[in-house]
Design a binder for this molecule. Structure first.
Ligand code: GLT
Ligand code: MN
Ligand code: MN
Length: 388
């Protein structure tokens, strides 16, 4: 058994807003004092993180003067050098300021839409200056409380226009940067446009530079919609569109909980880690979560270490699953193929179609076979419970 030590190749990252979360919620004020970005970089180094991500406003106050901006960037870079952390991803806060109360790129007000583009271009410059290779878009305010207020088709068109504009900005500047779109079904808006990773994938296919744009699915967000996260991530992976991932956890049907990775749905977390590891995902494993409101900064470190440890433990379990003789024998049996159907499958030809239409199937014999999934699932559970 390994000691579950994080290594650079695991690419474990956290946002400044995650370990920096002070516990403010709609019902109560902060429970932890705010820490500066430099202090948070040191905290992340202490727990073994590889990288740190940020929103523009997490690092640079929105009204900072150019010389304040330069000083903050200098200090932040010094902290990165001192700790060896890097900045793999950056993003824009397009949800906190009151100007975004009715959305950013999808606002009905052209001044708000233009300001959102301006803020994002500046934030892209900042991210690139600090080394980011992935740029996340989470449109928390891009939605409605009442559909009387906005035309949902205009919202799609405005989102597309903004993405096309910003892709061209990146190309114009010759930045080495990809975009990753993050969906969420609701909260803080009653309904948010492009509610799931699947919606985002469909939107991406309509962009001018689809090759520059992928997704950043978040466990909690797909669980809020009652979806199987692993299936959504598989779709993104298979399409070559998994540019980033937000790992956390969430009880189904609840508000946005952003719990420690694996804190609620261990079995789903296992299949997710197995999917990522089996398929050579090599992007950041970003924990977009925060510590319980009950915690002080020691608890925040426990939270961050917990995310990392759970991932590494599940990674080890996935390797164990792949090496388990009984499980693999069952899987081989389940996927058995006597080759008798080979001539019907694959690329369509009219001869194949005619032969397949003439083939007779013994439906009863085929359907009577038990599939052994109960045994397989119980073996998986026992493996996860640590007795195999
Ligand atoms: C915010 C949100 C997250 C997003 C972050 C990036 S900000 O905390 O809840 O899911 O990933 O904008
Ligand atoms: Mn997220
Ligand atoms: Mn979330």
């Amino acid at each position: 058994m390994s000691d579950y030590i994080p290594k650079p190749e695991h690419k474990f990252t956290f946002g400044l807003w995650t370990v920096g979360n002070t516990g403010r919620d709609p019902f109560g004020s902060p429970v932890r004092e705010a820490k500066s970005p430099v202090e948070l970089v040191h905290l992340l180094a202490e727990v073994g993180a590889y990288g740190v991500n940020f929103h523009d406003d997490d690092l640079i106050p929105v009204d900072a003067t150019p010389s304040e901006r330069d000083r903050i960037v200098r200090q932040f870079k010094a902290a990165l050098t001192e700790t060896g952390l890097c900045v793999p991803m950056a993003t824009t806060n397009l949800f906190g300021d009151p100007i975004f109360k009715d959305g950013a790129f999808t606002s009905n007000d052209p001044k708000v839409r233009a300001y959102a583009l301006q803020k994002t271009m500046n934030a892209i410059d900042l991210g690139v200056e600090l080394g980011a290779k992935v740029y996340v878009f989470w449109g928390g305010r891009e939605g409605t409380e009442t559909d009387a207020s906005k035309n949902p088709i205009s919202a799609i068109i405005r989102t597309r226009e903004a993405m096309n504009f910003l892709c061209d900005y990146v190309l114009d500047r010759k930045y080495d940067l990809k975009f990753a779109l993050e969906a969420k079904p609701n909260e803080p808006r009653s309904d948010i446009y492009n509610a799931t990773a699947g919606h985002m994938l469909a939107l991406i296919a309509t962009l001018d530079h689809p090759e520059m744009v992928g997704v950043n699915p978040e466990v909690a967000h797909e669980h809020m919609a009652g979806l199987n996260f692993t299936h959504g991530v598989a779709q993104a992976l298979e399409a070559g569109k998994l540019f980033h991932i937000d790992l956390n956890d969430q009880a189904f049907g609840r508000y946005d909980q952003d719990f420690r990775f694996g804190a609620v749905n261990l079995k789903s977390a296992f299949f997710l880690v197995k999917l990522l590891e089996d398929n050579g995902y090599n992007g950041s494993r970003h924990f977009d979560a925060h510590a319980y409101r009950t915690e002080d900064y020691e608890g925040v470190k426990d939270f961050a270490r917990g995310c990392i440890r759970t991932y590494l433990i599940l990674k080890e379990k996935a390797a164990r699953f792949n090496a388990d003789k009984e499980i693999q024998a069952l899987l081989a049996e389940i996927n058995a193929d006597d080759g008798s159907m080979a001539s019907f499958c694959g690329t369509y030809t009219s001869t194949k179609a005619a032969a397949l239409k003439a083939q007779s199937f013994d439906r009863q014999a085929i359907s009577q076979r038990g599939l052994g999934y109960e045994r397989l699932d119980q073996l998986t559970i026992e493996l996860l419970l640590g007795i195999r």
